[in-house]
Design a protein around this ligand. Structure first.
Ligand code: CDT
Length: 309
């Protein structure tokens, strides 16, 4: 039996503040139709795909930002996407902000081709800052608006293979991929919103595209897995953000790359059996890993310089 999953990366251009959920869902459905034209089994949308990237604004009273969060999924606004995907027999992965039981999460929900929800992943690494930083040209107050996952990285049996999820900043950390690699992941889905300007060190700005590819290609190769990176980019509320969505093979090669700064669907056949070529050889974890000498990885967070007090 072949295990080829045809995956579409549904890159989005900007969502401005005044755009309604209904307008955005229309765009998501239009991208889904492009996925159907491309015979996709699975369409992957970006991080916070239902709203603008609201952590760019600080509000003193967080409850005035409640309208940016979903309180259930599906809901009235997103039901048409769920219905159309099920009708077409296409699964999807959707990023959004979720308010649940007094918590505020940055999540992705994975939905199978028959419309059943496979799982919801909460973002682990929350970047940016907790307080208002008025000197920045725009805020990145994700740490004010969104809590880090207490659960870590999971892998789900879906689409005939083992599927994992991560969200934006998670893709920069090798631990994200390896946690999933150790659960036999074959396909990692990752939405992102990456402003081109990084206020703490603007010298990194021209390297945003390079770093994006670097981390996802390395993570794919070192763990023998496909990685699908999907941007919401372009100029959103005056903030230019990276596009450059990618579908990457377990070899680390880029199979498909977005060419525009707007709504665009790229697709590739992901033969999940290709993963074995890497996880059964160079990256045969059971044979070659040395967890007994990697103890710092889970026992400390920051750098401890040997000999320093
Ligand atoms: N959304 C998100 O996680 N963006 C970060 C921006 C850099 S940190 C301010 C990223 O890692 O792309």
């Amino acid at each position: 039996m072949t295990r080829i999953v045809r995956v579409g990366a549904a890159q989005m251009g900007p969502i401005q503040r005044e755009h309604t959920r209904e307008q955005v869902v229309e765009r998501l459905i239009s991208l889904l139709h492009r996925g159907a034209d491309e015979r996709c089994d699975l369409v992957v949308y970006p991080e916070l795909a239902l709203t603008t990237f609201f952590p760019r604004w600080f509000v003193d009273d967080i409850t005035t930002a409640d309208h940016w969060y979903e309180t259930s999924m599906p809901n009235v606004a997103t039901q048409p996407l769920f219905d159309e995907a099920k009708r077409l027999g296409i699964g999807f992965c959707l990023g959004y902000a979720l308010m649940e039981g007094g918590h505020r999460w940055n999540v992705q929900t994975l939905v199978e081709r028959d419309g059943t929800i496979v799982g919801t992943f909460k973002k682990v690494h929350i970047p940016g800052h907790e307080e208002h930083e008025p000197d920045r040209p725009f805020q990145h107050a994700e740490r004010y608006y969104l809590e880090p996952s207490p659960d870590g990285f999971g892998v789900w049996e879906a689409f005939g293979g083992r599927v994992g999820m991560m969200i934006c900043n998670d893709r920069r950390w090798p631990e994200s991929y390896r946690e999933m690699g150790l659960q036999g992941v074959e396909l990692i889905l990752c939405g992102y919103n990456t402003p081109l300007h990084y206020a703490p060190d603007p010298s990194q700005d021209p390297l945003q595209g390079f770093h994006n590819s670097l981390v996802m290609q390395s993570g794919a190769y070192q763990n023998g897995t496909f990685v699908v990176g999907v941007a919401k980019g372009g100029v959103e509320e005056g903030v230019p953000s990276l596009c450059e969505s990618r579908i990457i093979a377990p070899s680390g090669e880029v199979l498909a790359a977005a060419e525009t700064d707007g709504d665009e669907l790229i697709a590739a056949d992901c033969d999940l059996d290709w993963c074995r070529q890497y996880t059964g050889t160079l990256f045969d974890f059971d044979r070659y890993r040395r967890p007994e000498v990697y103890t710092r990885i889970t026992s400390q967070r920051g750098v401890h310089i040997p000999g320093a007090t």
